[in-house]
Design a protein around this ligand. Structure first.
Ligand code: GLN
Length: 539
């Protein structure tokens, strides 16, 4: 076993430049050279985890197998590196301070004054090394969130500086910056120069500068950055815009960046797999498409498209994987649930071949989402409901098929027909952080069901994040009328489907979290196939 190599990815100029994708792409290419790669994301905020953060601000909350509620970049790492991570792979200021303060209270610092250097920085390094060791990796990517120079990230940057000395020869630094283009097409290098200067003032020198830009970085821009930032020209990477993030690994490969890093870290190619290249070839060769709607709450007006897409990032990714698998590209119309409260679904959803209702919380927008469910159910439009999307499908069924007009979820207040109700173990829970039913749980699948057919096995494990569930008291009544629960965890309903419908499938869990490029999640694949079939018959 070789000693672990660390690749630290920092960001400059501004946030949101795609450090995570850059890091994941590097990792993927090293993985295809035969190395075992893992990733750690550092989020310098004080929150312990992402569980209570608004998806408006940081995008979706990603759920790991151990129930860790983490930054969405961890989802990118899982998808690019085809690994399953744990909550320890997301380090936050909150976690670090909490554990240092607890150690102090236990008297573990033996009377010393507890300080940022060395106590906080030691805690950071120790956690990184533990995660690397426990994962059994050979290469550990460390993405430092935020921008170098931010007050919040200082202790982490200092810890990286110390790590650099301690791991000399086994550590490399990649700095992601931006070269804005002027109206006359000139690529400006000054922000990058300033950012590297800032980094140096903190004792760090990048080995690679990966420059985001709209067009490929020109040779003269590369030379200039190389000269001013003291990085060899091979270390200046054009990280320009591509139409799909999955193309970033190829972009880096073309510039021999992974090989350059490997040389620096004395790693030799053990093999050369081409899985990713083949995936992209398959992806670009698709010329069929299906039109679908995602009816969500966070899609309203001022939030803007990019933001909204981040809110449902893993769903979008799972649809992409399913699209590659089914050979039809899902084109998504983002529908604000509240639109369906004012306009009939026949109009809003008229030319879609599938409807997806994703996870969600709270009453706002639910009436509109149920309109979408009703439309899908009655018109035979393929439907995929995820978590909240399953709960609302059950409520809609109870209302309109069972005739329980006041059926609802207790999440929205008292109701005479609580078809969705709080999980018994959740009753009285006051501490909101990390207390939902989270992470991996088993689901047993019923013989002869859609579930069994699409998963092809009896027992599956998927990830969860919820406080409410289908009320077992209503199950018999609902099943008699044709919505059946074909996946269960003991007496807990995990899957609801309608056999007498082209494709109506919903899950209490989040299958999108385990979808991988090249290995689509079965419900997503079946959904896209059903849409494709409908589109075909409609002509
Ligand atoms: N609000 C619902 C619950 O807590 C659904 C959660 C979700 O969609 N993730 O059970």
């Amino acid at each position: 076993m070789i000693s672990v190599r660390y690749i630290v990815v920092t960001g400059g100029v501004m946030s949101g430049l795609g450090k995570g994708i850059t890091a994941a792409s590097i990792g993927r290419m090293l993985m295809e050279r035969g190395y075992k790669v893992t990733a750690i994301k550092i989020d310098p905020y004080i929150n312990i985890d992402a569980g209570l953060m608004s998806p408006f601000q940081h995008g979706e909350v990603f759920v790991l197998k151990d129930g860790g509620e983490v930054d969405l970049d961890l989802g990118n790492y899982e998808r690019f590196l085809d690994v399953e991570l744990t909550r320890d792979h997301n380090i936050t200021t909150g976690k670090i301070y909490k554990s240092v303060i607890e150690k102090e209270r236990r008297g573990e610092y033996l009377g010393k004054t507890v300080q940022i250097i060395p106590h906080i920085t030691n805690e950071i390094k120790e956690r990184i090394r533990n995660v690397a060791r426990e994962s059994g990796c050979e290469v550990c990517l460390i993405e430092v969130g935020g921008t170098v120079g931010d007050i919040e990230s200082m202790p982490f940057i200092e810890a990286m500086r110390q790590l650099r000395n301690e791991e000399m020869g086994n550590i490399a630094f990649v700095h992601v910056t931006l070269a804005p283009t002027t109206t006359d097409g000139e690529q400006k290098t000054k922000p990058t120069q300033h950012s590297v200067k800032e980094m140096r003032s903190l004792g760090l020198q990048p080995d690679i500068v990966a420059v985001r830009c709209t067009r490929p970085l020109r040779d003269e821009t590369k030379s200039k950055i190389s000269l001013f930032c003291d990085v060899p020209v091979e270390g200046v990477v054009s990280n320009h815009d591509v139409d799909d993030v999955y193309k970033v690994p190829l972009l880096l490969e073309e510039q021999r960046t992974p090989l350059y890093l490997m040389k620096m870290l004395r790693l030799y190619p053990l093999e050369h797999r081409t899985d990713w290249v083949e995936l992209i070839e398959k992806m670009v060769s698709i010329n069929d498409s299906v039109k679908m709607a995602i009816v969500g709450k966070y899609t309203a007006g001022s939030q803007g498209t990019t933001h909204m897409e981040d809110t449902y990032l893993s769903i979008r990714e799972a649809l992409k994987h399913a699209g590659i698998g089914a050979g039809a590209w899902p084109r998504i119309a983002w529908i604000d649930a509240e639109d369906l409260e004012h306009n009939p679904p026949e109009e809003v959803l008229k030319d879609v071949d599938g409807i997806l209702v994703p996870g969600g919380f709270g009453a706002r927008g639910t009436a509109g989402k149920m309109e979408a469910v009703r439309y899908a159910r009655e018109k035979g439009v393929p439907y995929l409901g995820i978590c909240f999307g399953m709960q609302l499908a059950v409520v809609e069924f109870a209302k309109n098929v069972l005739g329980l007009k006041e059926a609802s979820s207790t999440e929205f207040g008292e109701t005479p027909h609580p078809v969705i109700t709080i999980l018994p173990e959740q009753e009285g829970v006051e501490d909101m952080g990390a207390t939902m039913r989270l992470g991996n749980y088993d689901t047993e699948l019923r013989e002869g069901s859609i579930a069994k057919r699409i998963y092809g096995k009896d027992l599956i494990v998927e990830r969860h994040r919820h406080r409410y569930e289908v009320n077992p008291d209503y199950v018999d009544e609902i099943e008699e009328k044709g919505m059946i629960f074909t996946g269960k965890n003991r007496n807990r309903m995990e899957i609801a489907e309608i056999p007498d419908h082209p494709f109506f499938f919903s899950t209490q869990f989040h299958p999108e979290m385990k979808s991988r490029p090249g290995r689509p999640s079965p419900p997503f694949l079946a959904f896209v196939e059903a849409m494709k079939e409908r589109a075909g018959t409609r002509g």
